[in-house]
Design a protein. Sequence first.
Length: 93
Amino acid sequence: MPTKKPERILRLPAVLARTGFSRSTLYRMVDQGSFPQKVQISERCIGWRDSEISAWERRRKAAKRRLAAAADAEQPIEPIQPGATPKGLTHHS
C-alpha cells in the first residue's frame, strides 16, 4: 500500500513571495476567510499548507477566467459623439 507523502508547510516569507501580497494584506484575507487558514507549527511558528495554497491559486485563476469571459460576452458600449444626445435622453434647449 502506498504511503501518503507528508504535507509540505510553507512559512510566511514563502507565502508572501508566492502570492505577491504584503503581510497585512495576507492576514486581512485570512481574517476575511478569502485565503487559507494558517497552521500552528510550534509555539512561535506558523505556516500554510502547500496543498491549500495551490487549491486557492487554482480557484483564483478560474475566477479570473470566468470574469474575463463574462466581460468578453458583454456588448461594447458605443461612444457618444460630441454634440449628440445619448439614446433615450431628450435634449433640452
